[in-house]
Structures are given as C-alpha cells and as structure tokens.
Design a protein around this ligand. Structure first.
Ligand SMILES: *[C@@H]1O[C@H](CO)[C@@H](O)[C@H](O)[C@H]1NC(C)=O
Length: 332
C-alpha cells in the first residue's frame, strides 16, 4: 500500500518535472556546423566529424583518444586509449577502418576532410588520458588533411579537463567537475581555429551572458534514450540575435561524469562557449549522455561500442540522435 502510493507520487513528480522543463528543440538560421568535446566527448567529437564530414566541418578534441582507438573493446578503451604504458593506439587500424566505412557509405566521404580543421589539446599534467595518446589524433587526421589545418596545444601544465579563463578547479587538477581555470580561453581559441573565415571577438574573462540556456527534450531524437545512454533532456544555448540572424552551430560534448545526471547544467553554463557565442553569433548544442549501471556507469558518450558495433559510424545510435538534433536546429 505504502509502496504503491510512493510509486504513484514518484511517477507524478517525474512526469510533471519532465513536462514542465524540457522544451522542444527549435529551428534557427544555421550556417556552418563544428563540434568539440573533452575526454570521451573528445572521442565522440572526432567520431562525429569523421562520420558526418559532409555536415560537420571541424572538430576540437580536448584530452580525447583518436578515432576508433578502442576498436569496439572496453579493455582497449581503458588501456592503450588512456595511459599508453605498454601499447599505443593503432592509427593504421583506425585509418583502414575509416577507409572501409567510407567505401561502404557508413561514413561521409573522407575527401571532405581535406580543407577542414582540427584543434587538439592535451595538458602536460594530464595523467588520465596521456598526451602521447591524444597526439595520435594528429596522425589520424594528417592522413586526410594538410597539417597546417591542425592546431595542437600540448604546452599547458593542465590536468584532465576542459580549460577556461574564469571558472573551475586549479589548472593541474583532474577531478570534480573536470573544468579547470588555466587563464586560457579554450572555447575561444578552438572556435577561432575552426572558423578561419571569421575573426572572432574574445570575451572578457567571466563576462556575463545575455542569451538563454534552454533545457530541451532529447527523447524525440532517440526512441528510448536511456537504452542508448542518452539523457531525456539536453541543453542548447541561444544568443538573443540567433533567434533572427544567421548563426554558426557548435556542438560541445561533455566527458564522463560531466553529464546532466551528475552536474546538472554546470558544464553547459561554465565552459566558456556561451560567452564566445554571445559576441560572435554561435548557437551551442550540449547533448547529454546519462549513466547506465551495467554498460556505462560513468555516463560517457559511446566510444568503445556499448551501444553496438556501429557506434563510430553514421549508423551509431548516439551519432544518429545528434545528427537529428543538428537537422532540427537547421530546420530540416
Ligand atoms: C551496422 O549497420 C549496418 C548498415 O546499416 C547493418 O547492416 C548492421 O546490422 C549494423 N550492425 C549492428 C551491430 O547493428
């Protein structure tokens, strides 16, 4: 009796909370689309770029392993894709996988990458995903693009984190919310590199924002989001002028332990993208992964195959869902 009553209250609250908060993702006048992410989000960023290079024209990979590093193996993901003590990520395997996916149409044509751009970052105090793993992103992308199109930064004594100039832990930390203040505006530097056609204005550290951070319903983009480790809601930041003017779209992917289920909107509100967005007409999409007790306890985006073997190509469940969010934002 008590249990039944308790459950119905629970369902009522859950339904009401969902109904009251999560808006339908809107459509805007979107120009170019780029992506970035930290750690597992960095892995998802390179997967999205490689899989959807016809739609996404640049990626920022912060402290993340290279494309197809884990090759579908959780053991690979947690060993040679993180600390690289005895084995290295096998870039040749990743290149041949990408080439075969492209020839069977499971990813967009790799020739799109030729004139596109990549930003790669690893802090020299990062002992979670070591710099020599992250640097392998260069070897992968150099196979498809001019090395001038790749900007790398391995010189900051930063821990495993998204870096800002106004918010977060001490620069060398690798814990908590995994956002560190190193007096470096990574969001700005990354977006400027991915947009050579524009001269972006750099915000003052900690400038207040003037747009709206919207919690939107993710469930319409994956039929049963929790079964593919997507949260029922994500975040999108809309600067006021993007309601009417043309804006570029940037997708920012959180790392493990940084999703809404764990941090609420801390990542979406404090990683510095929104301030750059206000000054420079960017919409910022923050898709949200959720934890699963058995397959994904830390709420990481899928870069080792816990959804299925297509996790790193266009048939991947999370990649499909994020593509559908891009299409909605573009008004397709
Ligand atoms: C991967 O996608 C291909 C092409 O749609 C499909 O034939 C195959 O069954 C998929 N594999 C898995 C494990 O879902």
């Amino acid at each position: 009796m008590f249990f039944k009553h308790f459950l119905s209250i629970f369902y009522f609250v859950a339904f009401f909370a969902d109904w009251s908060n999560a808006a339908r993702l809107g459509s805007y006048r979107v120009r170019r689309v780029t992506v970035s992410g930290i750690s597992a989000g960095g892995a998802m960023a390179n997967q999205l770029h490689v899989a959807l290079s016809g739609t996404i024209s640049g990626s920022g990979i912060i402290a993340g392993p290279p494309y197809y590093c884990a090759g579908g193996s959780l053991i690979g993901a947690t060993t040679y894709c993180m600390t690289n003590m005895f084995l290295s990520p096998n870039v040749a395997t990743a290149i041949s996988k990408a080439n075969s996916y492209a020839s069977s149409g499971l990813i967009d044509s790799l020739s799109n990458l030729r004139d596109q751009r990549v930003y790669i970052f690893s802090g020299s105090s990062d002992y979670v995903v070591r710099s020599n793993v992250v640097k392998k992103n260069e070897d992968f992308f150099k196979n498809y693009m001019n090395s001038n199109n790749i900007k790398s930064n391995y010189g900051l004594a930063a821990g495993h984190a998204m870096i800002t100039d106004f918010f977060g832990n001490s620069c060398s930390a690798s814990s908590g919310n995994y956002i560190n203040n190193c007096n470096y505006n990574q969001a700005y530097d990354l977006l400027q590199h991915l947009h050579p056609e524009r001269t972006l204005q750099k915000p003052q550290p900690g400038a207040s924002t003037t747009g709206t951070l919207v919690e939107f319903d993710q469930s319409e983009f994956a039929s049963s989001p929790s079964t593919v480790s997507l949260d029922s809601a994500g975040y999108v930041y809309i600067p006021r002028q993007c309601e009417t003017e043309e804006c570029d779209l940037h997708i920012s992917l959180h790392g493990c332990l940084q999703g809404k289920y764990k941090l609420g909107n801390v990542y979406a509100a404090n990683t510095g993208y929104n301030q750059v967005a206000d000054l420079n007409n960017f919409i910022i999409l923050y898709p949200q992964a959720v934890n699963n007790f058995f397959s994904n306890p830390n709420g990481c985006f899928d870069w080792w195959g816990y959804t299925d073997a297509n996790y790193s190509n266009k048939e991947g469940k999370q990649i499909k869902a994020i593509k559908a969010m891009i299409d909605r934002l573009k008004g397709f």
